[in-house]
Design a protein around this ligand. Structure first.
Ligand code: GUN
Length: 294
């Protein structure tokens, strides 16, 4: 059984990006983070993304807006960033307050700056298998893990648990694509799927993005499966200074011994998401150069 070290793969990608960014003659790729409110997890994620950007030589800007902001004002802030030629990538950290329509916000980001890959144009390009679109970072990170670890996907049965726009749907679409990694047979399961174990037991690869701590248990998994755990859940733990510990969507201790490979939480998919965001930012920067000279 191999425990896949996401930190190691992410570090490789980050060092490759650093070399690439250093080769750019003058301008630096610039990404704008928009955070609405002070949700502690969002504060911590955005900080981590900014620190990684700095390591690579990517410039980042942070716009913090109040929880009470109207949808219109948030869309205006995005319009300004869309028009600003010095900003190459825009990321609006989710979740957003309940009074804001997240989809409208994601669709308002200029598709050529949509480093999160959440808007309808980029999701459409993913379905059309067009390389120039942006793929959302967590699914892109999963694909990169499979590629770099040489995990065979062709002809394999991939079961995706979860149907979110951010992870489940794009992850399945990526593995369905013609090409490698891809050429998989994909089954989507979700909270309304009866008898989930019937599907997961038949999987070669399971991508778990259901958002429930330790949801995938040993009885649901066959020997030799590859498991990608996307969950990041906080479980109360009085032994920890923070008062919680992070667990994935997989009952790791019991499931891991059955697997051929598994991503741990933390240290699996999480670092890959940040690395792929940086890769998308560099891609957006290069795209901006092409469009300004054509
Ligand atoms: N919230 C949780 N994951 C993500 C992500 O990948 N991008 C954004 N914008 N928000 C998130």
């Amino acid at each position: 059984m191999e425990v896949i070290d996401g930190n190691e793969i992410a570090a490789q990608i980050i060092s490759e990006l650093k070399v690439e960014v250093n080769s750019f003659s003058q301008e630096r790729p610039t990404v704008l983070f928009i955070r609405v409110g002070e949700d502690p997890a969002s504060v911590s994620y955005v900080r981590k993304k900014q620190n990684t950007a700095k390591k690579i030589g990517i410039t980042s800007q942070l716009l913090v807006l109040p929880d009470s902001i109207t949808q219109e004002d948030l869309l205006d802030a995005i319009s300004k960033a869309n028009a600003d030629q010095e900003i190459h990538g825009i990321l609006v950290q989710a979740p957003l307050p309940a009074h804001i329509d997240e989809r409208k916000v994601f669709n308002h980001v200029n598709p050529t700056k949509d480093v999160d890959g959440f808007n309808a144009t980029n999701l459409g390009k993913l379905c059309q298998e067009m390389e120039e679109g942006f793929t959302s970072c967590t699914p892109a990170g999963i694909l990169e893990i499979l590629k770099r670890k040489k995990i065979v996907t062709e002809g394999k049965h991939v079961v995706v648990l979860g149907r979110s726009l951010i992870v489940g749907k794009p992850a399945g679409m990526l593995l369905l694509r013609k090409g490698l990694p891809g050429n998989s047979t994909v089954t989507f399961c979700h909270s309304r799927t009866p008898d989930l174990a019937k599907f997961t037991q038949k999987a070669d690869i399971i991508i778990v993005a259901i958002g429930k701590p330790q949801f995938l248990t040993a009885d649901m998994v066959s020997t030799g499966t590859t498991i990608i755990d996307v969950g990041i859940n906080r479980l109360a733990d009085s032994a920890k200074k923070s008062g919680f510990r992070l667990v994935g969507d997989v009952d790791y201790d019991k499931v891991a011994p059955l697997c051929s490979a598994i991503t741990p939480v933390p240290g699996g998919v999480g670092p890959m998401t940040v690395a792929m965001l940086m890769s998308n930012t560099v891609k957006a920067f290069k795209l901006s150069l092409e469009t300004s000279y054509s």
